[in-house]
Ligand binder design. Structure first.
Ligand code: ADP
Length: 166
């Protein structure tokens, strides 16, 4: 019996419907997916690592995917973390051309660091491809409606945070 473990790394600050789409679809390729929330080096995000982890976990539970998806955080080199959890596949999502250059370089570097790990790209679904955590945060800051880009749980936490920061 095979047990293909995939690692889906990112900032997830916060998790969006674009991420969720990639998570669901990646389960057609891997048996188990570990969502690796990266400690932001030198970046101060909207949510802390613990908060990001909690939000991802609650979305996964609401989708009933906790049997197949694990949520962890990691620091340091991605390939080292992949090796540690025995993941042979790194999953990434690809939006329009802007993602390509960066992903192309990262994949090249990662395969030089560890050639036994493959990076698999899933194209963003048509209706999700303009969603990014950064834009969601910007739109929310200026009072725009983000309810079709994030889960209701994420939206609620963003509203709470906004109130607390006032
Ligand atoms: P990073 O900070 O590395 O960009 P993100 O949390 O923004 O991390 O994204 C993690 C992964 O999810 C990346 O591979 C990114 O391309 C992908 N991703 C983010 N939003 C979308 C989306 N709307 N559709 C498809 N893939 C996405």
């Amino acid at each position: 019996m095979t047990n293909r473990i995939g690692l889906y790394p990112g900032s997830f600050d916060p998790i969006t419907n674009g991420h969720i789409d990639i998570i669901k679809r990646s389960l057609r390729v891997v048996d188990k997916l570990v969502i690796g929330i990266a400690v932001n080096v030198g970046k101060t995000g909207l949510f802390s690592l613990k908060e990001r982890e909690k939000l991802v976990l609650s979305d996964i539970k609401n989708l009933g995917l906790e049997e197949f998806v694990e949520v962890r955080s990691f620091e340091g080199l991605l390939v080292n973390y992949a090796k540690k959890i025995d993941a042979k596949i790194i999953v990434r999502g690809l939006r329009a051309v802007t993602d390509f250059e960066y992903e192309f370089q990262m994949t090249g570097m990662n395969s030089r660091l560890d050639s036994s790990i493959e990076t698999v790209f899933l194209m963003a679904s048509e209706n999700q491809q303009f969603i990014s955590s950064r834009l969601v945060k910007e739109i929310f800051t200026f009072g725009g409606d983000i309810s079709s880009f994030v889960s209701s749980n994420v939206l609620k936490e963003m509203q709470i945070q906004k109130l607390n920061n006032k």
